[in-house]
Design a protein around this ligand. Sequence first.
Ligand code: MG
Length: 306
Amino acid sequence: MSTERTQAIRLFEVGPRDGLQNEDAILSVESRVELIHKLVDAGSRDIEIGSFVHPKWLPQMAASDEVARAIDRKPGVNYWGLVPNMRGLERAMRAEVSHIAVFVSASETHNHKNLNRSIEESVAGVAEILAEARPAGLTARAYISMVFGCPYEGEIDFSDVLELGDRLIDMGADVIALGDTTGVGTPLQVRRECARALERWGVERVALHLHDTRGMGVTNAMSAFDVGVRAFDSSVGGIGGCPFAPGAAGNLGTEDLLYLLESLGADAGVSLEAVSEIALWLQDVNHINVPSRCTNYLRSQRADRG
Ligand code: MG
């Protein structure tokens, strides 16, 4: 690993989607748009702005079309929308969302419980979405969840993850986001499997979506960085919880990831201080619990001084 020259990191901010969709609080369209604007001002260049899922399933993500339309779009910023099916794709395209995320689980049981269909059925759905989206000029990332293990099935064979990723890339996915959905991954495992993914697909196609459920988030990011991963998902404030374990930490916090990356001489182009202020705003104004360590440290410092 060289820290002599700055390493560029692509940071994918999932707070307005993966974060908010797992919180009890339902933010207004205005507040969601304000959150996205604040994140862009903090330097975010890839932001997941919402999900085009039916609002019956996720009321937190209702009116993602309105959010997409209300954003004051800045050049050089990619605004991503999660697309679960063809109906969602239509909504995303009507709202002029040009970057989409699709998803499938590496665990058959999780896929059934989450989506009520088999992995193969999900893959067929993704193929249908990408067959429409790619010729229309949309960019797509594909999440594979539970890549390092699953609460229902235990171990997941990473060779199966790689084969699934191959198929998604063949269908037109630009990036595979490897999801440690319940934060079960460990540093040596992350090092080993990320090296395999990088060798197979190349650095431009690999992103890592870590969770901090067991406190391994930053350590796993370090392992992945060490073997060459240069794209990471994270959530402002670490919001999002864990849908499988109420009260547990969820997505790796953007602030904690940024603190690590800065120490490694890696530049994500995002201000740690600015993201911390956004996290405090989420907590103080929108009453969302913020687990990120860096932001809680900042809060305690201010309380001492106050
Ligand atoms: Mg997540």
